[in-house]
Design a protein around this ligand. Sequence first.
Ligand code: TXA
Ligand code: MG
Length: 339
Amino acid sequence: METKILKTTENDINTAGEIIRAGGLVAFPTETVYGLGASAFDAAAAKKIYAAKGRPSDNPLIVHVCGVEQISEVAREIPADARRVMDAFMPGPVTIILKRNDIIPNTVTAGLDTVAIRCPDNDTARRFIKAAGVPVAAPSANLSGKPSPTKAEHVIKDMIGRIDAVICGGSCEVGVESTIVDFSSDVPVILRPGAVTRTDLEKIGVHALNDANILKEVSPDDVPKCPGTKYKHYAPDAQVIVVEGEKEAVQSKIKELLQECKGKITGVLAMYGAEYDDAVILSAGESNREYARNLFAALREFDELGADIVFAEFCERDGYGAAVKNRLYKAASHNVIHV
Ligand code: TXA
Ligand code: MG
C-alpha cells in the first residue's frame, strides 16, 4: 500500500477526512503522541488498525472527538465528575472512560461496555476529526510494543506501507500519552498517569484513586482494567536500566555501572547533564515536563545508534513525574536502581 505523506493545508486535511470516510487509516498529530485513526463507527476500518499495528484485539481504542458536544453521541451517561473534567481539561491531554452507546462497534471497545473518549488540544487533530465528519478511533501510531511516536518521522518509520496516509504536524508538545480516568464505576480511577495529574483532578473536586497496576509489573495472566497495561509497552531494543535518586549518587552509580559494560555500546539518558566516558549521552531535559517530551524520541534514537544498554537518570520532580516514571519503568521492564 502506498502511504500518502500529507501536510496540514486545508486541502490535505480534507483528503485525510475523505480517507477516513472511505474506511481507510490516517495517522495524525495530537498534543500527546501521534494517533492512528479510523472511523469510530466502522468496525471493518477499526479492524485494520489492529492489523497495521500488530495490536492484540483485546486492547480497546480511544475515540477522539473534535468537541465536547460530540461526547454525548458515543456515551450513554456522563456522571458529574466526568462533566467537571470535560469542563476543566477538554480539549486536553486526558481521556475519560464512560459507559458506551451502541453506535460504537465492539471492535473499537474490544467488547467492553465502556468507551474511552478524548478531545485533543491540537488544532490539526481537531480539524482532521471535523473533516472526517465522524469520531475517530485511534491508538498511538507505533507498531505494537514500540515507543509511541512523538514526531512524524517516527510514524513513517513504523507505518510506511501499512496505512493510507500520515499528516505531518511537527513534534508533540506533551510527549507522553493522555491521562486515562475511568468514570464507569462509583469512584473515579486513574488507569494511566499523564499530563493531567491527580492533584489537578483534586483541584476541581474530583477525588480519583490510582489504579494498582500503574507502577507494578503486570503478568500476562492478569485482567487489568486498562487492557493495554498488561502488554510490554514502550520497549526499545536496548536494555534500559533506571537509576533513580539525587544528582551525585545517580552519577557515581552510573559511572560505576559503565565500568562493567566494556565492549558494549552504552547510552545515558541524562537529566543532570553529566559527562560520561564511552557512552552516548542524550538529554532528557531538566524538568520532568521536558523529560516527558523527550523520552520516547530518545529511546528511539538509542535504538538507531545501536545501543545495547541505556542508563536513565531519573528523579520525580514535578507534576509530570508520575507519567514519566510509569513509562520509564515499563521501558526498563522494572529494572530500577534506587540510590
Ligand atoms: O494520548 C493518547 O491517549 C494517545 C493519542 C493518540 O490520543 N492515544 C493512546 O492510545 O495512547 P493507546 O491505544 O496507545 O492507549 C489507549 C489505552 C490502552 O491501554 C487501552 O487498553 C485503554 O486505553 N483503553 C481504551 N479503551 C478502554 C476502556 N474502555 N476501558 C479501559 N481502558 C481502555
Ligand atoms: Mg499505545
